[in-house]
Design a protein around this ligand. Structure first.
Ligand SMILES: *Cc1c(COP(=O)(O)O)cnc(C)c1O
Length: 360
């Protein structure tokens, strides 16, 4: 037997136990082929089936038709920070960003580094990124508007889709990807590193609406161009085969749970365990405005930094890992991604109440 901890990591994060067991079972002999997926040619029929099934599952789960391309790329969400302006911001146009925290800030800096004109259409920096701006002002000749739908470090989340009319809306959905139903069709490009919500590290899902393909810059190095990966079905070069394979299993798990509606219900229940405590406590303090708080990443503070240290060491000793806040903001943070069992959220909630009683 094995013992699993309660894993509140912000990423790489917890995966469904069923998925891990299936991977284990198929490790030495993948479905009678006599080898593991790690050892398999990416040009082989079994691997082609794995990637085709994963693409189809993404489209089914997100209710996307054939007007979208689904890519599995390498380099993490961070590589998308510069691929997006390179591919989709031609000279004479302006890359627009809403700045809602560290990741959004990194994305907009890359646009500048690529020599693009960049415009901050809205920002929540005035209040330390504790809210999501409702209004924004686009520049002249906007190439696109980029948003970060869930701010992993600050713990804010978009609960609405900004209205941009004909201007392509682009979203970094890394930390709330497939956590709830979204009107995905409003987005021209969506990307997400798999390691937060849908798989292991090493693969990034990029979803591109076909109507923006003609806008793609044709003068880029081969690997930098979305066109290459679209034309070659994510297999211009060797893709991250094993990460795609495990992600495919998590996608199947999402469908077996009942899809995004069911996943959302589960996520609401888990987040409620923790937010109910924050809302009713004078000991714990949430750090963002209520309307914009994230269902995935919940930062909170205790009365003193000493107590925060004690909280983290005692929770760790009791099998709850990774509750330390991001080093840039301090405090505590619980990440409650899709695959985190409800039980883990309940165990944390009980611990929090108990800790408050003993240390108040
Ligand atoms: C983790 C994260 C990233 C960075 O992802 P990498 O795959 O490590 O490059 C980018 N954006 C958001 C919102 C994230 O949470």
């Amino acid at each position: 037997m094995y013992k699993r901890i309660h894993n509140f990591s912000a990423g790489p994060a917890v995966l469904p136990e069923e998925v891990l067991l299936e991977v284990q079972e198929e490790m030495l002999d993948y479905r009678g082929h006599g080898l593991s997926v790690m050892e398999m040619s990416h040009r082989s029929a079994p691997f082609q089936e794995i990637i085709d099934n994963a693409v189809a599952a993404v489209k089914r789960i997100m209710d996307l038709a054939d007007d979208y391309e689904v890519l599995f790329l390498q380099g993490g969400a961070s590589t998308q920070f510069y691929m997006i302006p390179l591919n989709l911001c031609p000279d004479g146009e302006v890359a627009n960003y809403i700045n809602t925290g560290s990741w959004a800030g990194k994305a907009l800096k890359e646009a500048q580094k690529m020599g693009k004109k960049m415009h901050v259409a809205a920002s929540s920096e005035d209040k330390e990124f504790t809210y999501i701006p409702r209004d924004f002002v686009l520049s002249d000749n906007p190439a696109y508007l980029h948003i970060t739908t869930n701010n992993t470090i600050r713990g804010t989340e978009y609960k609405f889709d900004p209205e941009t009319g004909d201007i392509p809306l682009i979203a970094d959905m890394s930390s709330n990807f497939m956590s709830k139903p979204v009107n995905f069709r409003k987005y021209a490009l969506i990307y997400a590193g798999a390691q937060k919500n849908i798989g292991p590290a090493g693969v990034t899902v990029v979803i591109i609406r076909k109507d923006i393909i003609p806008r793609i810059n044709s003068g880029l190095p081969t690997m930098m161009s979305y066109n290459t990966h679209i034309e070659k079905g994510s297999m211009f070069n060797t893709p991250p085969c094993f990460a795609i394979y495990v992600t495919g299993k998590v996608l199947k798990w999402i469908e077996n749970q009942g899809g995004l509606k069911a996943i959302e219900q589960n996520n609401i229940r888990k987040a409620k365990c923790i937010y109910d405590i924050l809302d009713n406590s004078r000991f714990y303090r949430g750090t963002v405005v209520r309307e914009d708080r994230s269902m995935m990443n919940i930062p909170f503070r205790l009365p003193t930094e000493e107590l925060e240290k004690k909280f983290i060491s005692e929770s760790t000793a009791q099998g709850m890992l990774n509750l330390k806040g991001h080093r840039s903001v301090g405090g505590c943070r619980a990440s409650l991604y899709n695959s985190l069992p409800l039980k883990s959220a309940q165990v944390l909630a009980e611990f929090m109440l108990d800790f408050e009683k003993k240390n108040r």
